[in-house]
Design a binder for this molecule. Structure first.
Ligand SMILES: [Zn+2]
Ligand SMILES: [Zn+2]
Length: 338
């Protein structure tokens, strides 16, 4: 049995072009929250998936995994939300609930996790993301948006924000003064606080202490062995050697962006300096709640440009040209969807 009708935009083929698409939501289960989508962040991963660059896309594909919405219906067992609550959904909408990852608040590493779109719900229906008027999501994967946070501001925190926060959290609360580097100043990178036109933005707008242009050899050499960890947010092929050289002894390169082609590693670059390359996938639901609270408490701002659904194809083109400071957020409720 199917649920209510939803109106979204979908990619139909590897051109990745989005166009209007309507479908039925899955039936509301006892633990489900139905939300009317208000805003949705626009992420580089969406583009990879729309064009099948990760080679697993099922069409039609309704992307969007930084979803802010209003609760419009609740399953009979849901006690922690009320109709009218403002809530968020990030990159995952399901997991087994039983494995070690699920039981230790790391559900993003569950081998049976269900991602927000281009995956399959437990009832066999395809998952569809937030470029759509409504979604049905299990309550475990729904978070409350703090009152102090503007709704469009909250959207990028649900994937990009928690992706930067989760790996860096392990370094917080340390007494040592640590030097961190952010590689790539796009959607994820700007929330974690690299061409010359971005220098001014990094230093003045984002509050970074220093800015390196990776193509400037003298600048890179001057910074060699100086950084404790680097958050690598670059979603395209890039030379690891250059960045590993910046790390101190025992330094860490933390990769958070999928790259369509294999990265190359020269073993010497990690042997010398006892360096570590590690990965990190989004963050847990607990960490998602933490970053929303953190952002609200500190009064921090994400730098966003809000656009309507009919501007999406152009927004993705601009994202590819690096022509956005720093993230598009889709005003779904303000778009004409039907
Ligand atoms: Zn699990
Ligand atoms: Zn994302």
């Amino acid at each position: 049995m199917e649920g209510r009708k939803a109106f979204g935009w979908a990619a139909r083929d590897t051109s990745g072009i989005l166009s209007p698409y309507s479908f039925n939501l899955r039936k509301t289960g006892s633990e489900d929250v139905v939300l009317k989508v208000l805003y949705c962040g626009v992420d580089h991963t969406d583009l990879h998936q729309m064009r099948n660059e990760i080679h697993n896309t099922n069409y039609p594909l309704v992307p969007g995994h930084e979803v802010v919405g209003e609760v419009v219906e609740l399953g009979s067992e849901v006690k922690k939300f009320r109709v009218g609550d403002l809530v968020g959904v990030g990159g995952i909408v399901g997991s087994c609930g039983e494995c070690l990852s699920c039981q230790s608040n790391m559900e993003q590493y569950c081998h049976n996790k269900i991602v927000t779109y281009n995956d399959t719900n437990k009832d066999g229906s395809p998952t569809r993301g937030g470029f759509s008027s409504a979604m049905v999501v299990h309550q475990r994967f729904v978070v409350r948006i703090p009152e102090k946070l503007a709704l469009d501001q909250a959207a990028p925190l649900l994937c990009a924000g928690v992706t930067a926060y989760s790996p860096l959290k392990q370094f917080m609360g340390s007494n040592k003064v640590l030097k961190a580097g952010i590689l790539g100043l796009g959607g994820v990178g700007h929330l974690g606080v690299s061409s010359d036109k971005k220098r001014e933005e990094a230093l003045e707008i984002l509050g970074a202490d220093a800015f390196l242009v990776s193509s400037n050899a003298a600048e890179m050499e001057g910074a060699a062995n100086s950084v404790d960890y680097i958050l690598d947010t670059v979603p395209a092929l890039h030379p690891l050697r250059l960045y590993l050289s910046l790390l101190k002894v025992d330094g860490k390169l933390i990769i958070v962006a999928a790259v369509p082609k294999p990265l190359q590693l020269d073993a010497v670059d990690i042997i010398l300096g006892k360096r570590t390359i590690t990965g990190s996938l989004i963050g847990s639901m607990e960490e998602t709640r933490e970053i929303l609270e953190f952002w609200a408490d500190k009064g921090l701002k994400s730098f966003i440009e809000t656009v309507k659904m009919d501007y999406l194809n152009e927004a993705f083109e601009r994202m590819e040209r690096n022509d956005v400071r720093f993230r598009f957020v889709l005003d779904v409720a303000g778009s004409d969807l039907e």
